[in-house]
Structures are given as structure tokens and as C-alpha cells.
Design a protein around this ligand. Structure first.
Ligand SMILES: [Zn+2]
Length: 292
């Protein structure tokens, strides 16, 4: 009599089962939950924000000061994804661009968006070289440019205009408004007070649910009119522990508290993930962060 056990567990049958199992799990992970997720990555003293769109597309704004961004991407991107569809560089300072050099070498990147700001720092030059060597399409980050994603999401560039403040690279920062349904996230880069004044003069509609606090919570970027016009529910400060600049400054924290804006700091909270269903923005479930 033939041994049925052997037949059932023949190598081919096992292979079919494994393939079916992987297929089922891949489809479970691939089903988008129709929500948009923004994660402010804890990358030390710098900036890096990861956006996962409802259709699964990924965008990254800045890459922080070094390799730590790779940990953040590993933790916050679906494990099977090796592509970032679009990268925005706010401005060429090392605490924003250095990590992107590592990202370009590890991930497939669909497009980079950057301003014409000139800076000779080696990290920025390396970023430009890698993007060029890999033939990654580049778009100039300039006011009026929009990027549409499926499901009613878009990223609009609000700043700078064609004229850059070359004296102060912080004031050349790309300012981005991410819209998903009725919800909005404002990314301010390192725009300082006078840069924000120029933005306010240009843009009548800065209303947002979430603001990435400009320039790591520096007092030189505390613009009361900006917060008045934006009237955010949440603020996120991307900042490194015990940094040499004293960021975030007490004046900024006091201002946020007095204004009733709930804020999160990446140095104390780690990665901060906020989720939009198109109607409202909430902290990602399981992300039990302390807010102040
Ligand atoms: Zn910075």
C-alpha cells in the first residue's frame, strides 16, 4: 500500500503551500487601509518626515543628519517596500541632507525635489552627485508646484518663490502643504521669522491641522502671526537630545502651551506618527505618546 503521508507532504505540495501562504500574507499587507500616515522620524538633531499615502506611495521630506534615517524607514515602511516615490529636500544644510545620501544608496527613488540654493558642503554635493549618477528626475521646488497622489491627496509647494534669500539658507527652505481630504499638514523646514513673514504675505490660506515647528523650535523662527493663521491642532518639534543649540527654546514651548497647541518632540517621544482618514488627524493607535 502506498504511503499517503508521503504523498501529501511531497516537496511539490509543500512548495505550493508555502507559495500560497506567502501570497495570502503579501495581499494582507498590500491592502491599503485608505488612511494617510505621516511619521516625524526621530533622527537626532535635524529633520526627516515620512509620508505613506493611502495608495501605498511613499514620500520623504529631508533625511536628517546621518544614517539614523535608515532605522526610521526600516521601522515605518512596509517591509516589502524598497521604493520611495518622491523626496523633498527643504534646504541643503547637513542636518537635512546628510541622511538622504544614505537613502539614495539603499532605496530606489522616483524623483527628487529641491531648490536652486547653492551650498558647497560635502554632504549636499554628494547628494547631488548620487542623484545625477542614478539619473533620478529632479524638479525645482518652487511656489506653485503641486504633486497629486491618488485618493485626493496632494503636496503643494508654498515657498520659496524664484528669488532665494541666499544670505541665509534657512530662509530658502521649501515649505510644503500636504492635503488629504479635508486635512492638512504644514512642513516649514527651517524657515526663520523673516522668511515666515514673506510666506504670510504671499499665502492667504495657511490653515492646517498639524505644523512641523520651523527650525527645530528655535526662537528665531517663532512667528506668532504664522501660528495665528495656521491655527494648528498639533505641532511636532524635530529635535535632538541635548543639542548644542538649545533647541527647542523655552519661549517656543511656552508659546505653544499658551496657544493651546498640543505638541510632540521627537527627542522625548521618538518617532511621532499621525494618521489622517481625510476628515480628521489623530495619533496613530498604539503610539501612546506623552503630549505637553
Ligand atoms: Zn535644520
Amino acid at each position: 500500500m502506498e504511503d499517503k503521508t508521503k504523498k501529501i507532504f511531497s516537496p511539490i505540495a509543500i512548495l505550493i503551500l508555502i507559495v500560497a501562504f506567502i501570497g495570502i500574507w503579501a495581499s494582507v499587507f498590500a491592502v491599503p487601509d485608505k488612511k494617510l500616515k505621516v511619521t516625524y522620524l526621530d533622527i537626532g538633531q535635524g529633520d526627516s518626515e515620512l509620508i505613506e499615502f493611502p495608495d501605498g506611495k511613499m514620500a520623504l521630506i529631508d533625511g536628517g543628519p546621518g544614517k539614523k534615517v535608515l532605522e526610521g524607514l526600516g521601522k515605518n515602511m512596509p517591509f516589502y517596500k524598497r521604493k520611495i516615490d518622491i523626496i523633498f529636500l527643504s534646504h541643503p544644510h547637513a542636518d537635512h541632507v546628510a541622511g538622504l545620501v544614505h537613502v539614495l544608496s539603499r532605496y530606489e527613488v522616483g524623483r527628487v525635489v529641491l531648490t536652486r540654493a547653492v551650498h558647497n558642503a560635502p554632504e549636499y554635493q554628494e547628494f547631488l552627485k548620487q542623484a545625477k549618477d542614478k539619473n533620478i528626475p529632479a524638479t525645482e521646488g518652487i511656489r506653485g508646484t503641486e504633486f497629486d497622489f491618488s485618493g485626493g491627496s496632494k503636496i503643494k509647494i508654498l515657498y520659496p518663490t524664484g528669488t532665494l534669500d541666499s544670505q541665509n539658507l534657512n530662509n530658502t527652505s521649501e515649505v510644503l502643504m500636504l492635503e488629504s481630504g479635508k486635512t492638512r499638514f504644514l512642513f516649514m523646514g527651517d524657515l526663520e521669522n523673516d522668511g515666515s513673514d514673506k510666506l504670510l504675505a504671499l499665502e492667504p490660506d495657511l490653515q492646517t491641522d498639524v505644523i512641523k515647528v520651523p527650525h527645530h523650535g528655535s526662537q528665531n523662527a517663532l512667528n506668532a502671526d504664522l501660528y495665528k493663521k495656521a491655527s494648528p491642532k498639533y505641532a511636532v518639534i524635530s529635535v535632538g537630545k541635548d543639542n548644542k543649540y538649545g533647541h527647542p527654546h523655552t519661549e517656543v514651548l511656552n508659546f505653544l502651551e499658551a496657544s493651546g497647541i498640543k505638541y510632540f518632540r521627537t527627542d522625548t517621544a521618538g518617532d511621532v506618527s499621525l494618521v489622517s482618514d481625510g476628515t480628521s488627524v489623530e495619533l496613530k493607535k498604539g503610539n501612546n505618546l506623552l503630549s505637553f
